[in-house]
Design a protein. Structure first.
Length: 427
């Protein structure tokens, strides 16, 4: 950290992100999702917890919107729970939340799918994509008069890999490469959702994809090949169809259905491209050490000399600059303006100086990407609140605001006050 963070352009959007399943609670007022069923299976969530109460946000959303207003963000990225929308009165909740945000001067940025698929639906089925578009149309019809920016899906790559290929997230399938249709159907669902949103008059549409540079563990051909495969599966397989209208070499022929016709839907023009960035990956040939299993065709390695967060992710701010300049080089004029839709870290404690250092470093790295000519329009911290961190349960705290999960008391951390100051200086 050295001196104030450089000034971002006028009109740059500052925000924070959350997702429905991770904060809402109130499970009794909605249908069940794949995550409820997964969490009920012993041993699946590390601390045996579920999201039945989480941050009790459905009841406490007014207090949470007041925290957003106190922070001074322009925008709030939350997700709409499809199982809740399927339930009586479900859309009313998002209606009230949207009104509360607008009244507080905070722009609502809903994500329409953040991993909590209604139980009974399955991304291996193409019909799920059509169902998704129908649900999106209902949400747009209800909230479209107040929502200026929409995000279709959150991280289809992670949902495919962790949930369907490796089985460590819901729905807990270990399909390995047979999970590829799950990726294709989510991308198709995205394209159909873009069309449904356009039909409802939307002019600010994006997706939130997780990306990070992939570094080969060595210059050996086996390591380079493994890293290239990893990069294809995590980065290019999701960005290329959206931005170039094609799959990386060798991937399209593994996908189901009339892939060329689907790609036309998938490549519907976007108004912004959301990037969730946490860390780069260093990848080599399989060496039997990967925590997700020896049969994988690659293995992730430590990045030497880098501190790690409580979730074990290395802190490498400059990799964000590399990622964004690399995107610009690969996609050129096909790349719409970028918004960083998630960036953050897990650290314990109220005096979270390590989180401040992480965010400070990443904002400087982001500014460098702007200086290098990448068109970035916004930055959202993950997350407003400590919350249900998927298979890690409540152990990893990503919030700017501490949540006591026994009393539901919210306490702003040092990072909340720091970010509030950054936002003041930027205005
Ligand atoms: C991302 C997810 C988000 C949160 C962060 C830490 O992959 O989109 O829900 O869990 O990681």
């Amino acid at each position: 950290m050295s001196g104030p963070i450089p000034a971002f352009p006028a009109g740059f959007r500052w925000g924070v992100s959350t997702s429905a399943h991770q904060i809402e609670g109130a499970v009794e007022t909605r249908e069940r999702s794949v995550w409820d069923a997964f969490s009920d299976r012993p041993g699946r969530v590390r601390d045996g917890s579920t999201a039945a109460v989480a941050c009790d946000h459905c009841r406490r959303y007014r207090e949470d919107v007041a925290l957003l207003a106190g922070l001074g963000v322009d925008a709030y990225r939350f997700s709409v729970s499809w199982p809740r929308v399927n339930s009586p009165g479900g859309l009313d909740f998002y209606d009230r939340l949207t009104d509360e945000l607008c009244a507080a001067g905070v722009r609502p940025v809903p994500t329409l799918f953040h991993w909590d698929l209604p139980l009974g639906l399955d991304w291996r089925q193409r019909a799920t994509a059509d169902r998704f578009a129908g649900y999106v149309a209902r949400v747009a019809d209800r909230l479209g008069d107040r929502v200026g920016s929409w995000i279709t899906l959150n991280e289809p790559a992670e949902h495919t890999l962790l949930g369907h290929a490796l089985g460590v997230h819901a729905p807990g399938e270990r399909l390995l490469f047979d999970a590829l249709p799950v990726a294709h159907h989510q991308l198709l669902a995205h394209g159909l959702a873009v069309r449904a949103l356009r039909a409802a008059g939307a002019t600010g549409i994006g997706i939130a994809n997780s990306h990070g540079p992939t570094w080969p563990a060595s210059e050996q051909p086996a390591d380079r090949e493994a890293a290239d495969l990893y990069d294809t599966l995590l980065n290019r397989m999701f960005a290329d169809p959206l931005l170039l209208g094609r799959y990386p070499d060798g991937v399209g022929e593994l996908m189901p259905g009339d892939v060329d016709a689907d790609l036309e839907v998938i490549a519907e023009p976007l108004d912004f491209y959301g990037v969730n960035y946490y860390a780069p990956a260093r990848v080599g040939a399989p060496d039997g050490t990967d925590q997700f299993g020896a049969e994988l065709p690659f293995s992730r390695r430590e990045i030497p000399g880098r501190p790690v967060t409580d979730s074990g992710w290395p802190v490498v701010p400059k990799a964000l600059t590399e990622l964004l300049t690399g995107f610009r080089a690969r996609y050129g004029d096909r790349l719409p303006p970028i918004v960083i839709t998630e960036n953050g870290c897990a650290y314990d404690g109220l005096d979270d100086q390590a989180r401040i250092a992480y965010l400070d470093g990443h904002l400087r790295a982001l500014h460098e990407a702007l200086t290098a000519g990448v068109d970035v329009r916004g930055y959202f911290v993950w997350s407003l609140l400590d919350n249900f961190e998927w298979a890690e349960g409540y152990a990893h705290r990503f919030g700017l605001v501490h949540v006591d999960f026994t009393t539901q008391r919210r306490t702003p951390k040092a990072s909340y006050r720091w970010f509030r100051e950054v936002l003041r200086e930027q205005r």
